[in-house]
Ligand binder design. Structure first.
Ligand SMILES: NC(=O)c1ccc[n+]([C@@H]2O[C@H](COP(=O)([O-])OP(=O)(O)OC[C@H]3O[C@@H](n4cnc5c(N)ncnc54)[C@H](O)[C@@H]3O)[C@@H](O)[C@H]2O)c1
Length: 323
């Protein structure tokens, strides 16, 4: 997957552009088309249906859609819930409609641990109750429900991947996160470590956790990419629609992550302690038996120092490029 991503993401794309990549990854022949348009726009519908309103699949033989696009900032979703329900939920509905019209057979959806809210003991299995505590989580859960209902009423089959906290970067240093004004802890911490930010904040030091800071299950982006390839194989082999957690089954506190960044950077960070943010649960850790059983997924990078080291290496590379 990382080679797909490097091919596709090594160039910057503006809205309205499309990109095509054909090749082989881990023995699978793939033709990948990436659409950089707003997935909810009317314009997008015409990419899914060509000028003669014939489904694109007939022209391009699209059999699988992997749907990553979303707004993702929890505090922003608390302040502007309708922005999230429009983009994450309503636009996913539009995309699903296009997929049904075009006869797409497989759909892999980027969902989130936020659908669980605050599970008892902080550990969530796929059949744990879903009770999101912020609009971001609710917007994703509603998309999951639409997907379930569409799969029940059409030939489409899906895998919902509920990501826990994605972190790290391509171990080969070719690609990484470039999101402006990122809010994810590891990204913010490595930006501070290379001097792009004056400090890094801890939001909440009074949680009922061993050191008072929030605990999360951090998954290396490379392992997440391999889970997507496994999900693709699973669906193409006839696997039934399923929902799977993507995490390692154990967590680290915010302070532990910051200590790992200090080890990687070889210097102390300037840490500012701030009040809790709205919508953050104290602990969120995945139960991961299902993805291992159904997909045979085996993570390679379950190592906080590796995750943080790769993120820092990427940030240094961005700095060299003036980005
Ligand atoms: N990063 C994580 O820890 C994490 C955890 C759980 C779930 N996820 C999910 O993974 C996916 C990717 O997250 P990310 O962390 O890379 O976020 P990101 O913000 O870096 O990337 C999301 C991308 O989606 C694009 N986008 C948003 N709305 C769009 C639309 N209507 N049409 C087309 N493009 C649109 C954005 O421009 C952005 O490039 C999201 O669906 C997110 O909910 C991420």
């Amino acid at each position: 997957m990382d080679s797909t991503a490097s091919s596709l993401r090594s160039r910057r794309h503006d809205a309205g552009q499309r990109c095509r990549w054909r090749g082989e990854i881990e023995g699978r022949r793939l033709l990948v088309r990436v659409c950089y348009d707003d997935i909810g726009s009317v314009q997008h519908r015409y990419y899914a249906l060509d000028e003669g309103r014939r489904p694109v699949r007939r022209r391009h033989d699209v059999d699988t859609v992997m749907h990553f696009a979303a707004f993702t900032i929890v505090p922003e979703s608390v302040e502007q819930p309708l922005k999230y329900y429009l983009n994450n939920t309503a636009h996913t509905r539009t995309l699903l409609e296009c997929c049904v019209e075009a006869g797409v057979q497989h759909f892999v959806f980027s969902s989130t641990a936020a659908v669980y809210g605050m599970p008892p003991g902080g550990v969530a299995a796929e059949d744990s109750p879903t009770a999101p505590i912020n609009p971001y989580g609710t917007s994703k859960l509603m998309s999951e429900w639409m997907l379930r209902d569409v799969s029940a009423s059409s030939p489409l089959r899906h895998v919902v991947l509920r990501y826990f906290n994605v972190a790290g970067s391509d171990p080969g240093g070719r690609i990484g996160q470039c999101t402006p004004q990122a809010t994810l802890l590891t990204k913010v911490a490595v930006e501070h470590a290379v001097g792009k930010r004056p400090h890094v904040s801890i939001f909440g030091t009074d949680y009922p956790t061993p050191d008072g800071t929030g605990v999360r299950d951090y998954i290396h982006v490379e392992d997440l990419a391999s889970a997507h390839l496994k999900a693709l194989d699973y669906l193409r082999d006839g696997g039934a629609s399923a929902t799977m957690n993507c995490g390692y089954g154990h967590g680290y506190s915010v302070r532990e992550v910051l200590k790992a960044v200090e080890r990687a950077a070889g210097r102390p960070l300037v840490v500012r302690e701030e009040p809790r943010r709205a919508g953050d649960p104290p602990v969120l850790i995945a139960k991961v038996d299902r993805i291992r059983e159904l997909l045979g997924w085996q993570p390679r990078w379950d190592d906080l120092d590796a995750i943080v080291g790769h993120a820092l290496a990427w940030e240094r590379r961005l700095l060299e490029r003036g980005a």
